[in-house]
Design a protein around this ligand. Structure first.
Ligand SMILES: C[S@@+](CC[C@H](N)C(=O)[O-])C[C@H]1O[C@@H](n2cnc3c(N)ncnc32)[C@H](O)[C@@H]1O
Length: 227
């Protein structure tokens, strides 16, 4: 474990040991606001694989609605908004959302606290672009099918979902998490409710890290109906 991961591991072990799958995120972000903890996934730039995807695909925002899942301190949400999308970004942690708003006081992004496991009904089929980076893998495996299905259900007819997630290597022991990396089948499951895979790529991690990261794109056909 790196020094950077120590606070997250301390809080995650206590919460998960008490049967609470998500409570440690708020504790971590709240401690970070007080300068007492480090958020290990904190970045001062958007997710590089999201930027790479956008460079390759040139998505046209044009005021269409986008949703960023598990937005943390907002770097990816700000990037999506810079592409011209009317961007909503949510996180289960109120403290993360508060910090994102303070970090980008002029932002057009609608930051809000919400739970991926119980999202607002109005978000079903509502977003032309959905971005999920590293959130589903931060939830215990038994919640995975529900979490990834909910992500897929946000995609509007004609819309696109981009997923970035650590890949489970065949040599990995199954459950040292968090995080809990995804198999290819678990990535495909984002399409469980009518999305269609466009591309699923395993991209090598940047050195000195080893292993791969999934970058996947899904499309919901125009005219498809969500139950
Ligand atoms: C590993 S971090 C990734 C943050 C960011 N997406 C990134 O790529 O850097 C996982 C994020 O998901 C949030 N999260 C975890 N469970 C969630 C849930 N059930 N609903 C909404 N957000 C959640 C956490 O608070 C945290 O900000």
């Amino acid at each position: 474990m790196s020094e950077r991961e120590a606070d997250a591991n301390r809080l995650a072990s206590a919460a998960l040991g008490a049967g609470d799958a998500t409570g440690w995120f708020e504790q971590l972000y709240a401690e970070a606001r007080q300068g007492r903890a480090v958020v290990p996934w904190e970045r001062d730039a958007p997710q590089r694989l999201l930027v790479r995807w956008a460079d390759a695909r040139s998505p046209v925002g044009a005021g269409r609605p986008a949703l960023v899942v598990g937005c943390g301190h907002g770097m990816d949400a700000e990037f999506v908004a810079s592409l011209g999308f009317d961007t909503t970004a949510f996180d289960i942690s109120e403290s993360a959302v508060r910090t994102a708003r303070e970090r980008f006081p002029e932002s057009s992004v609608h930051y809000r606290a919400a739970d991926l496991l119980d999202p607002p009904a109005a978000w079903t089929g509502a977003f032309a672009l959905v971005v999920e980076s590293l959130t589903v893998q931060s939830l215990p495996r038994q919640l995975r099918a529900h979490a990834s299905s909910n992500v897929g259900r946000f995609i509007a007819p004609g819309g696109t979902l981009v997923v970035v997630a650590s890949a489970l290597a065949s040599s990995d022991s199954p459950d040292p998490g968090p995080p809990w990396p995804l198999t290819r089948g678990e990535v495909e499951a984002f399409a469980a409710d009518g999305g269609e895979p466009v591309a699923i790529e395993a991209v090598p991690r940047e050195a000195p890290k080893t292993g791969h990261v999934w970058v996947a794109e899904f499309h919901r056909p125009s005219g498809s109906r969500l139950r």
